[in-house]
Design a protein around this ligand. Structure first.
Ligand code: HPA
Length: 273
């Protein structure tokens, strides 16, 4: 993708911000759009109006940038993200993150609906993402975009430790328990076979999903501090004992239940930036 596209998209949005500079970008995953309802004085910009943006098609996803304030801090939220399984090239999947960076965001908050392969985690639980395993093609493959970051970005602390600590404190105040899990991102769109679930568990994954990792890699490349959270929507099948249907509607329904808690947690965390 031509680098000019990033600047064109960012300039288009900047023109409508009257000089406000967002501190955080927020990616709202499946059914987790409620965070958007907490954004004050929202300015809604449909992706289709932004130069270079594709349309989002997945179940439960809208396609808007929502810009406004949370406790006086200007934020940009993505209502609906672009998934690799939809056929978008990685440059488009991660385009909004680079645009957020160009707008001035120094923090990136990501959320998703995930399955779990950890028998101690259950449907409806929330988990901080403490690390990830990338089974996608790396979104930084290709000539390095030096204007955003280095050729070989470090990933030892992809998920900001201070934000994790703050989130744990907020959760304790809210009387909510949080897991701290490793998110394995794979392309989808198929859900995992039982053998894959056993494999992913064996290599250290707790959370399984089809998003987030490309955005986090690009966010880190841009130098953003990242916080990630998963709502667990299903427990993955380790054996072929039963047919374990995962369909898009179920995932959205489960995500909705935990969304209120996650919304409050994100709200309080952003209020402390
Ligand atoms: N696997 C992969 N992605 C998912 C799942 C799952 O079980 N649930 C929600 N997103």
């Amino acid at each position: 993708m031509d680098s000019a596209i990033y600047k064109q998209a960012a300039d288009f949005i900047k023109d409508r911000l009257s000089g406000r500079v967002p501190v955080a970008g927020i990616v709202l995953g499946s059914g987790l759009g409620k965070v958007a309802e907490r954004i004050e004085d929202p300015l809604i910009i449909p992706y289709r109006e932004i130069p270079g943006f594709p349309l989002s098609t997945a179940v439960g996803h809208k396609g808007n940038f929502i810009i406004g304030t949370i406790s006086g801090r200007t934020v940009v939220a993505m209502q609906g993200r672009f998934h690799y399984y939809e056929g978008y090239p990685m440059d488009l999947v991660t385009l909004p993150i680079r645009v957020m960076s160009l707008l001035g965001c120094s923090y990136l908050f990501v959320s998703n609906a995930a399955g779990t392969c950890n028998p101690d985690y259950h449907t409806g639980d929330l988990s901080i993402i403490k690390d990830h395993i990338c089974l996608f093609p790396n979104p930084l493959i290709g000539p390095n975009r030096d204007e955003f970051g280095p050729r070989f970005p470090d990933m030892t602390c992809a998920y900001d430790l201070e934000l994790q600590e703050k989130a744990m404190q907020i959760a304790a105040q809210m009387n909510v328990s949080l897991h701290k899990g490793v998110y394995l991102g794979s392309t989808g769109p198929t859900y995992e076979t039982p053998a894959e679930v056993r494999f992913y568990r064996a290599i250290g994954a707790d959370l399984l999903g089809m998003s987030t990792v490309p955005e986090v890699i690009v966010g880190r490349h841009c130098g953003m501090r990242v916080f990630g959270m998963s709502v667990i929507t299903n427990e993955c099948n380790f054996e072929n004992l039963e047919r374990n249907f995962n369909d898009g509607d179920d995932v959205v329904k489960q995500a909705d239940k935990a969304a209120d808690t996650m919304t409050e947690l994100f709200y309080r965390l952003i209020s402390q930036l």
